[in-house]
Design a protein around this ligand. Structure first.
Ligand code: NAD
Length: 481
């Protein structure tokens, strides 16, 4: 992997601003464990400059009309599309995401999302007229941009999760200050280059770099009108508290511990093949993974064998290798966290059927072998807490009602899947699971439909028209007739 020159600039007000930072944050390759670059730890002065630039752009109405906004998003998409491969490779280098996934999720998908919101905002009327009651008259209901948005993203899918916020915010006429995760900030410089090349009006998108302290300052900044956050439930609670005190609108996309419910009519081979993606995508570092796998007790043993064989057979290695499915975890800290959960699983009496440590022959890089625990009690830590790594828990159940109860016995509610040869039966189960999104024999996000969580998985929705509404205030104007 290549080394990237240390970054000392920030993208602010449409151009490069030299950071006043005296400290830099190293970016470490999860494959080689070597430093591959560094980013400035933005100062308070840097963040103030970014928020001021965003406010100025918003006040000046630089986003223009919805038609202007759609054109701006399409030009941004074209410039980003030319950088698809560069951005995908950069993310893979930063966080170890397998390149075959990064090409779509981090390269192509952000471009698609910009185009989706361009089409949506163009089709949406800014004002609608309603007959008013009880006193007859007319009310004009207007959609207006919320203002300046602080967008804070995590390291697992940095490009697309940043775009979940940037695209609808720009589409609705807001200005954005983005703070990526320090592990995965280098790719946002490619985003900035695309913004410059596309002629994005100055100040509508600004990027500050740094860790949680930079995020904290940004969230409570008086120049911010709305916060959009994706990350851990722990940080989400802190941000929610600050925004509650300030009465500042906030979207929180947080952690998960979703369940896969395998029904007794499921096709075992197809189910287990589907579970590889539904439970281990991006080396398990995906928020909506179905990591609690609920198996009918009558078919428990064949499923344990088949899921163990699937996990043990997944290609593990260099994430830039096209055939890799399991790459290294993002950091030494994340590896230590995942290994500590594996120790807890063992200590709590679950049966390890494969994995459990570093994969053979890979003594460098933050690797953890795909790991399967059978006979897991839903009350133990590995079934209740988000591990965020390649660790699956197999839990037997007796009846469909029992499986639904186990699925719902969780503090989280983000994703989930059901596996069955009867779609209607699957839909019936889907309706009973307490969650924000759910898949029948699959789990695919849909740009046109809302995504988000219930319970400890968060507040609010991204994607779809609901994701656009999150960046719009409504104003009702009452007319006499
Ligand atoms: P994290 O919460 O540690 O950090 C996320 C981002 O928030 C980073 O940019 C970080 O610098 C910043 N941050 C941390 N504390 C902050 C604070 N108090 N105030 C402001 N900013 C703060 O999360 P992470 O480890 O980067 O990401 C993994 C987590 O993200 C997992 O829990 C995962 O489930 C969750 N996630 C959720 C979704 C979703 O859509 N629900 C998607 C992806 C990841």
């Amino acid at each position: 992997m290549t080394t990237i020159a240390p970054q000392t600039s920030l993208f602010i007000g449409g151009g490069w601003h030299t950071s006043s930072a005296t400290e830099s944050i190293p970016v470490i390759s999860p494959l080689t464990e070597a430093e591959i670059g560094s980013i400035p730890s933005s100062t308070i002065a840097d963040i103030d400059t970014a928020v001021t630039a965003a406010r100025r752009a918003f006040r000046a109405g630089r986003a223009g009309t919805p038609a202007d906004q759609a054109g701006m998003l399409r030009r941004f998409a074209d410039a980003l599309e030319a950088r698809t491969e560069d951005r995908a490779r950069c993310v893979t280098t930063e966080n170890g995401m397998p390149i075959s996934l990064a090409r779509f999720a981090e390269g192509a998908a952000p471009v698609q999302l910009l185009r989706y919101y361009a089409d949506l905002v163009e089709a949406q009327p800014v004002e609608e007229r309603r007959a008013s009651r009880p006193i007859p008259g007319t009310t004009v209901v207007r959609r207006e941009p919320v203002g300046v948005v602080a967008a804070i993203s995590p390291w697992n899918f940095p490009a697309i999760l940043s775009m979940f916020k940037i695209a609808p915010a720009l589409a609705s006429g807001c200005a954005v200050v983005l703070k990526p995760s320090p592990e995965t900030t280098l790719d946002s410089y490619i985003l900035a280059e695309a913004a410059i090349e596309s002629g994005l009006p100055q100040g509508l998108l600004n990027i500050v770099t740094g860790g949680a302290d930079v995020g904290q300052y940004l969230v409570s900044h008086p120049g911010i009108d709305k916060v959009a956050f994706t990350g851990s439930t722990r940080a989400g609670r802190q941000i929610g508290k600050v925004c509650g005190e300030l009465l500042r609108p906030v979207t929180l996309e947080l952690g998960g511990k979703s369940a896969a419910l395998i029904l007794d009519d499921a096709d075992i081979a197809q189910t287990v093949e589907g579970l590889a993606t539904a439970s281990l995508l991006n080396t398990g570092q995906t928020c909506y993974m179905s990591t609690r796998i609920l198996v009918p007790r009558s078919q428990y043993s064949p499923y344990v064998d088949a899921i163990t064989a699937m996990a043990a057979g997944l290609p593990v290695g260099d994430p830039l290798d096209e055939s890799t499915f399991i790459g290294p975890l993002v950091s030494a800290q994340q590896r230590a966290r995942v290994l500590s959960y594996i120790d807890r699983g063992r200590a709590d009496g679950a049966t390890l059927t494969t994995g459990g440590g570093a994969p053979e022959g890979l003594d460098r890089g933050f690797f953890v072998a795909p790991t399967v625990f059978a006979d897991v009690d839903n009350d133990t830590a590995i079934a209740r807490e988000e591990i965020f790594g390649p660790v699956l828990s197999l839990i037997p159940y007796d009846s469909t009602a029992d499986a639904i109860a186990i699925a719902n016995d969780s503090s989280y509610g983000l994703g989930g899947t059901v596996w069955t040869t009867d779609t209607e039966r699957g839909l019936d189960v889907a309706r009973q699971v307490e969650t924000g999104s759910f898949g029948v024999n699959t789990f695919n996000l849909d740009w046109g439909s809302p995504f988000g969580g219930v319970k400890d998985s968060g507040i609010g929705r991204e994607l779809g028209p609901e994701g656009l509404a999150a960046y719009q205030n409504t104003k009702s104007i009452f007319l006499t007739a």
